[in-house]
Design a protein around this ligand. Sequence first.
Ligand SMILES: Nc1ncnc2c1ncn2[C@@H]1O[C@H](COP(=O)(O)OP(=O)(O)OP(=O)(O)O)[C@@H](O)[C@H]1O
Ligand SMILES: [Mg+2]
Length: 462
Amino acid sequence: MTATGRILIVDDEKVVRDSLAGWLREDGHVCETASSGELAIQAIRHAAFDLCVVDLKMPRGIDGLETMRKIQEIRPDCSVVIITAYATVGTAVDAMKHGAEDYLVKPFEPRDLSAIAERVVALRRVRRPEKGGSASVEVSRFHGMVTRNPAMLTVFDMIRNIADLRSTVLIEGESGTGKELVARAIHENGRRREGPYIQLSCAALPETLLESELFGYERGAFTGAVSRKRGKFEVAGGGTLLLDEIGDVGPKVQTDLLRVLQERRIVRLGGSEEIAVDVRFVAATNRPLRAAVQEGRFREDLFYRLNVIHVEIPPLRKRLEDLDLLVFDLLQQASKEVGRTVKEVAPAAIERLSTYAWPGNVRELENAVERALVGCRGDRLEPGDFDFLFRTGAELLSWLAPSHLSLKEVEARVVESVLRSSGWNVSEAAATLGIDRSTLYDKMRRHGIERPDEGGEQETSR
Ligand SMILES: Nc1ncnc2c1ncn2[C@@H]1O[C@H](COP(=O)(O)OP(=O)(O)OP(=O)(O)O)[C@@H](O)[C@H]1O
Ligand SMILES: [Mg+2]
């Protein structure tokens, strides 16, 4: 069932080349080898590869980084994995910034390389889907999620392709976009589905408590440790562990986590026995983790260890074509909970919902549908049943509600909100904000704010 591909191994040492090629051939890949960067570049010119495994340090000729750059130039869609000694891990992290897919620290085991090769080949299928199938607008249902949005469909494909791997997954998406559903779907689709699925919110706990939750402890490890307790790393053995809100983890636990991800073994607090960790890690965050790295709040090396597979869930305002599907599903669900059945939704109500920004995403929609149902007088939901969403300032307030926002983010949200309520009329929005049009255009550009549908094929007029 594993995906197989064409792989080039670049290393100056013959033993290394031969053993890596041997392992990968056992997995069914087609392998070639090159003893220097220059020879690798020649090989790449002649044939396409899915993956190049490149030694960082090669004493003669060009080094691993330069080799990688040339490979990317000649074949931009070929993935590169760097092999490095422990001492040069920093350089490997740099390589990832410049587009390396991953790195392996020497010495590593055959299954580490197998896992990476399998993942790279599996991901390529997602990134370059077969021609012809892409324009489909069919509705897809998957583990409690429903969509017809291309970006969400790619997320579903991705989950199917990576579920069986053990590689760590980082799920990014705003609050309420469905990160937990995605994490669970990854677990339930893979070989670990019979094993436990454990979820831990890292934001809820102070650092010392988080540590003992993760690692467990021996009796007497600290005051109050009256008996041995297994931590989540152990409890999730054979299964999947979701580290939710990973961006809120403090520096101490970040360092611990890095070690666990690299060594795959732990020691309970107050203990000495080493315990192997057989867990598939999934991490989730509602604030971009890369930004936390840039601000110095999150370890860069840990970021790369977590971000081996990246899943990004688009916010609801970027998949408004899903609104009707979601509303119908959520309405059924709410009908059961509220004990009152309304089966229909006026098309104009959906239309009205599509003018709202949904800062709380699907969770907010869930609540809105329930509230509309409770207030609904007739036997179908009408635009007026959603009036509460549009009270002055309501949207803006809910944007700001999660409030770990930086001043820059607040500005972006205010600008977007005002544009939206003016129907994307730039002159009107600029007047409301008390700035001139060119300043507004500048702010839109800087914050990446675009009018929905812009660039799309069809023009909608309102
Ligand atoms: N595509 C979808 N289809 C149907 N329901 C969805 C979809 N996405 C999310 N939901 C529902 O929306 C709610 C929020 O989802 P979830 O808890 O997974 O979000 P989250 O991204 O983890 O949010 P947070 O960052 O706040 O923890 C859940 O009740 C979930 O069932
Ligand atoms: Mg969540």
